[in-house]
Design a protein around this ligand. Structure first.
Ligand code: SF4
Length: 330
């Protein structure tokens, strides 16, 4: 059973098994934080081309709410941003173990390399994730295996340890040599990680968690779109930055969101989420006016619509940038 991101290291780990005639089923995990097949900007990459070329099966598994739970409350803390790499690895390995038991597989492999990533791949973290996932002795990291204690499949002779690797650190030289040997082409360049490693996304996520205490799918989807401003403890607004984001905001709008748009001029779509008090609506209207084509005008008309009721209009002065800096969630 292999953890397979679609990237080079996990592909090489699989190749090292296939070379020993060991049958591999790869598990590709998806989350709401960018590690999905449609999001090539992050850690997700399409696992199928390599799987088809080299003849192994791929199973997709969405971690859904289980992943959101650990983002809300990570047991082992966060990295530089909101990333929760240790908890994330434990969850993925635990799911892999359950699947391994379900299909009666013998052990789990990953493309982890000792010392490659500061938070999750130092030796004590590798030992911790092995223990906490219940995979003690059954977790093989073929790329660094010769630097680790032998696992059960190596001790039993199922895997020939001599044919495994002793790669350590951030260099890519040995991986590139192996890629050439195996004929692995077109692999994605190593990605920084999922959206939880992105500074801007992390600021918005932290704000959301601090003000709501919990993460819903709807709120998470909105974090990927637009400029965000916090108006009060319970209220924020999201302003579309272009036509495509305006469409996304319209698609993601819920019954309880108020939609604002400047009237008669090019305008962003703004969603107000929270308390639609007059003060908040007026502020949201001023911000919408600021990002509209009429931002230089002394007064702009902005329509605010809740649910299906008739729009309420506000005549406002566009916000000034210095005011916005204090409430921008960036
Ligand atoms: S960057 Fe960290 S938290 Fe994000 S998917 Fe990778 S290991 Fe998990």
């Amino acid at each position: 059973m292999a953890l397979f991101s679609g990237g080079l290291d996990s592909a090489l780990a699989i190749m090292l098994m296939l070379r020993q005639n060991i049958r591999v089923t790869a598990l590709t995990f998806m989350t709401h934080f960018g590690c999905d097949l449609g999001d090539r900007s992050s850690c997700g990459a399409d696992p199928y081309p390599v799987a088809e070329k080299f003849g192994f099966d791929v199973k997709l598994m969405h971690l859904g709410q289980k992943f959101i739970d650990i983002v809300e409350n990570p047991r082992y803390g966060r990295g530089k941003n909101m990333n929760i790499c240790t908890d994330c690895r434990i969850l993925m390995l635990t799911e892999a173990r359950k699947f391994m038991e379900l299909v009666d597989a013998d052990f789990v492999i990953t493309g982890e390399v000792l010392g490659q990533r500061p938070m999750s791949q130092v030796r004590n973290k590798l030992n911790l994730t092995e223990k906490q996932s219940g995979l003690r002795g059954k977790l093989l990291r073929p790329l660094s295996a010769k630097l680790c204690r032998p696992t059960e499949p190596e001790l039993s002779g199922m895997v020939d340890r001599e044919q495994l690797e002793a790669i350590q650190g951030r260099g890519r030289k040995r991986q590139l040599e192996l890629a050439e040997q195996f004929g692995l082409e077109d692999f994605p360049t190593p990605a920084a990680g999922c959206l939880l490693t992105d500074v801007g996304y992390s600021v918005r996520l932290r704000d959301l968690l601090e003000h709501t205490g919990r993460l819903t799918f709807d709120d998470l989807n909105l974090l990927r779109v637009g400029r965000h401003f916090r108006l009060d403890q319970h209220t924020k607004i999201v302003v579309g930055r272009n036509e495509s984001e305006n469409k996304k905001l319209d698609n993601q709008r819920k019954e309880h969101h108020v939609r604002l748009e400047a009237v008669g001029v090019g305008s962003p779509v703004t969603l107000l989420i929270g308390h639609p008090s007059d003060d908040n609506l007026r502020m949201a209207a001023m911000i919408t006016a600021r990002y509209s084509a009429a931002k230089g005008m002394p007064s702009v008309r902005v329509a605010a619509q809740s649910g299906n009721s008739a729009p309420k209009t506000f005549q406002v002065t566009p916000s000034r940038d210095e005011e916005l800096r204090t409430i921008a969630i960036t």
